[in-house]
Design a protein around this ligand. Structure first.
Ligand code: BGP
Length: 473
């Protein structure tokens, strides 16, 4: 049903925008920062690396002033664990501490609410060398780091996110995860890592509630609704399986402190079961989120394995596989969705799927939701006079916001919306050329140019959206 009588966006809605440390800060080895797994990752040689990115570290004042001009009520950023603890644990880096103090103070001056991700893909390299998330000691290191962040910034930061897209780190472990290349039985190892991350998250949530009784904390997975390829029951079952493995495994553990039954049976069947103890399960039940943050870019469509023999459409299937690597084809086969358009990078565009996803999450967990990523990656062009006419991005965001308001009208409790990204930054796999920001950063893949900031057309559009509390979309 399409609501004609729309419920307005709530008063105090957290209109925001997002970034992450390794994609925006630069200063990768400055002022005491230790290396992270990202600094050791091997990416396409012709694309940007993560050394300078948007050089936000050296443009802090300017960038936050621009965010204030944009009208942001909230700004989601991540702390670089290795900037605070160059070795991942132990000695703290005072200059790293001071950087985030400055950032949070500046946000305070402009009345922008910080929404802080503790860990966004960039595990300190020192910890990775000791086994990373395969090593249970990383759980204690994360808790120490989280407690430190709460102690340092908890007087001004009320909203915390634990781990960004843990599900993608597991599903695409070889690409963005922390699995050493030569690990035997990689899938089993990944699900053991997953269990360790869940424990780390639970400990951080418990610590947050102990130390900062008025603060709120939640997980930030990438969740998307899964469509069956057809109404054939086998396809519906495949979609149901995939949703359990991709989505609910993570949120059921975070919210209910138990393994999703379907996902558990998949792990068992495949021989991927993690080692767990009763005490650990008790800890998982104890750590409770206050809200659910989720990132949404696209829906996915799958069929049963008997479709395995069907020829796959190359580009279409790549789009499907963006978010599906790592799962055995006997459980699902990614298929094209002929009803949806794709962006320049072959990602589906599905605003209605956004509404469906929000409803599914809310019905399942009954916790307030906040959208922590949603956006369109595109090759923006710098026109004369340093103008960027990104009407396609406005269109993408407008359609998604319309559906978010439909979801709110359905009764879903939504606290805020933080599209990706506040400012151009380096895409995790596709360089700076794949831009998402409201603010253009003047650089190319290899040529850093002057790193000047230019407001895109979408900047002025979003400014008006915020000003009108979502009435003028
Ligand atoms: C999410 C990540 C972000 C960001 C975004 C866009 O998975 O949390 O860090 O990278 O996806 O993806 P990409 O950069 O690959 O276009």
């Amino acid at each position: 049903m399409q609501h004609q009588q729309l419920t307005p966006f709530p008063q105090g809605f957290m209109w925001g925008a997002s970034t992450s440390a390794y994609q925006v800060e630069g200063a990768w080895n400055e002022e005491g920062k230790g290396p992270s797994v990202i600094d050791h990752a091997v990416f396409n040689a012709e694309l940007s690396d993560f050394k300078v990115t948007s050089d936000h570290y050296h443009h802090l004042q300017e960038d936050i002033a621009l965010f204030a001009e944009l009208g942001l009520k909230t700004y989601r950023f991540s702390i670089s664990w290795a900037r605070l603890f160059p070795e991942g644990t132990g000695e703290i880096n005072p200059l790293g501490v001071a950087f985030y103090q400055r950032l949070i103070d500046l946000l305070g001056q402009y009345h922008i609410e910080p929404l802080v991700t503790l860990y966004h893909f960039d595990l300190p390299w020192a910890l990775q060398q000791q086994g990373g998330w395969s090593n249970p000691e990383t759980i204690a290191a994360f808790e120490e780091y989280a407690r430190t962040a709460f102690r340092l910034y908890g007087d001004r930061v009320k909203y915390w996110l634990t781990i960004n897209e843990q599900n993608m780190m597991i599903l695409k472990g070889e690409v963005i995860g922390t699995l050493p290349a030569d690990t035997p039985d990689p899938q089993r190892a990944l699900y053991q890592q997953n269990h360790h991350m869940m424990l780390a998250q639970a400990r951080a949530m418990i610590a947050c509630h102990q130390m900062l009784p008025t603060a709120k904390i939640g997980p930030a997975p990438n969740i998307s609704c899964i469509y069956p390829a057809t109404s054939r029951p086998e396809d519906v079952l495949a979609a149901n399986n995939f949703s359990a493995i991709r989505n609910w495994l993570y949120l059921d553990l975070a919210c209910f402190g138990r393994y999703n039954a379907t996902a558990w049976s998949f792990l068992k069947e495949k021989g991927y079961l993690p080692q767990i103890t009763d005490d650990e399960m008790a800890l998982l039940r104890q750590g409770k989120p206050d809200f659910i943050a989720f990132n949404y870019y696209a829906s996915a469509t799958v069929g049963a394995d008997s479709a395995k023999d069907k020829p796959e459409s190359g580009a279409a299937n790549r789009a499907v596989d963006q978010q599906m690597a790592g799962i055995d084809r006997s459980v699902y086969v990614g298929v094209d969705n002929p009803y949806l358009q794709k962006n320049q990078f072959n990602w589906y565009i599905d605003p209605l799927g956004f509404r469906i996803t929000a409803r599914e999450i809310y019905e399942r967990y009954r916790l307030p939701l906040i959208v922590t990523e949603n956006g369109l990656g595109a090759f923006d062009e710098l026109a004369s006079g340093n103008k960027i006419y990104d009407d396609y991005r406005i269109e993408y965001l407008r359609c998604h916001l319309e559906q978010l308001q439909q979801a709110i009208s359905d009764g879903v409790e939504v606290m805020g919306y933080c599209p990706w990204s506040a400012i151009d930054l380096v895409s995790t796999h596709q360089g700076i050329g794949k831009r998402y920001g409201f603010i253009y950063v003047n650089r190319d893949e290899k040529d850093l140019k002057d790193l000047a900031r230019f407001k895109k057309k979408s900047f002025f559009w979003y400014q008006q959206v915020i000003r009108s509390n979502g009435e003028d979309l």
